[in-house]
Design a protein around this ligand. Structure first.
Ligand SMILES: Cc1cc2nc3c(=O)[nH]c(=O)nc-3n(C[C@H](O)[C@H](O)[C@H](O)COP(=O)(O)OP(=O)(O)OC[C@H]3O[C@@H](n4cnc5c(N)ncnc54)[C@H](O)[C@@H]3O)c2cc1C
Length: 283
């Protein structure tokens, strides 16, 4: 089997021109997806490319390198807008999975149950893709096109996930429901990010994952919340009807569609409710 583990990006991109390779990072999705003893080659292993790992920022964006692990996210010093991502990171599999699994692997695998996706959607994240001699950037909402389907082209590597500084504001949260508390794939999960100005909601992003085939933003719920005080009352008024147009829950071994619909609605209310400031709790 052809196996290549370069220590910089350039030779990796050159290699992809020659070989239609399986790109491997933490392999925590790749290995469970095969019953073979080895991955079918050729395999391009990204884990020695240091420029692909780490979190940085400039005037415009926060940049999360493709092979940044979930543990890297948990340990990073990030503004509260990324609390949802940190909460998701702590619930991806086990510590061992978090030490190995990468941010881009989670997106490229395009599982409906990928915990990172709803968090990135609330942050208006973009996916940076590089091939030999070219770089393009796609909104995450355009990158994942279906279950296990993405816009990744032959010869491309996801090199980073970018979050515009203008979206890295406000506070955020994440809630996940599984059949048990630990080491579990989500039945449904919700991420919410909210900004307040003069005690009114000035910006809001809410998304649900593991419900539809691809995680979705809830535009009706966002419209309902915009301009209102962030209070327990406003949260209680979030109805399932506001999500009905968007949520088309899947039936699978983890849950049927009806349970998913109920669970998602309740998770949305609890996730937003968790962001209500204490001043608004007083009766
Ligand atoms: C026991 C267990 C529990 C898990 N629990 C959870 C969970 O709770 N929540 C959750 O969301 N996930 C979970 N996962 C799935 C997995 O750990 C994550 O999705 C992880 O982030 C995948 O990253 P990886 O680096 O291991 O991906 P890999 O397995 O290396 O790759 C996954 C896919 O992405 C492609 N790929 C990887 N990197 C790139 C790149 N830079 N450019 C282009 N293509 C790329 C690969 O070709 C492959 O198709 C679990 C997995 C296991 C084994």
């Amino acid at each position: 089997m052809q196996y290549f583990r370069p220590d910089s990006l350039e030779p990796a991109l050159d290699w992809l021109v020659e070989y239609d390779a399986c790109i491997a990072a933490g392999c925590t999705d790749l290995f469970p997806a095969t019953t073979a003893q080895k991955l079918a080659g050729p395999v391009l292993d990204l884990t020695a490319i240091s420029e692909l790992r780490g979190i940085s920022q400039d005037d415009q964006v926060w940049r999360f390198g493709a092979t940044t692990t979930w543990t890297d996210v948990v340990r990073a010093d990030l503004p509260p807008a990324f609390d949802s991502l940190k909460l998701a990171a702590k619930e991806v599999g086990s510590i061992q999975i978090q030490n190995t699994g990468t941010l881009a692997g989670n997106l490229c695998n395009a599982s409906p149950a990928a915990d990172g996706v709803p968090c990135w959607l609330t942050l208006n994240a973009q996916v940076e893709l590089q091939s030999k001699g070219a770089t393009r950037t796609l909104l995450l909402s355009s990158f994942i096109t279906g279950p296990r389907k993405t816009e990744l082209r032959r010869g491309e590597i996801v090199t980073a996930i970018l979050v515009p500084k203008s979206s890295a504001v406000g506070k955020s949260s994440f809630l996940k429901l599984g059949a048990r508390k630990y080491l579990i794939i989500s039945i449904a999960m919700v991420a919410a990010r909210i900004c307040e100005e003069d005690r009114l909601i000035s910006e809001v992003a809410i998304s649900v994952g593991s419900c539809n085939a691809v995680a979705q933003r809830l535009s009706e719920v966002e419209k309902h919340l915009l301009g209102k005080p962030l209070s327990a009352d406003t949260t209680i008024q979030i109805t399932d009807a506001m999500m009905a147009d968007v949520l088309q829950p899947i039936d699978d071994l983890r849950s049927d569609a009806a349970y998913r619909r109920d669970a998602a609605g309740e998770l949305v209310r609890r996730c937003v409710g968790g962001l209500v400031p204490e001043r608004s709790m007083a009766v």
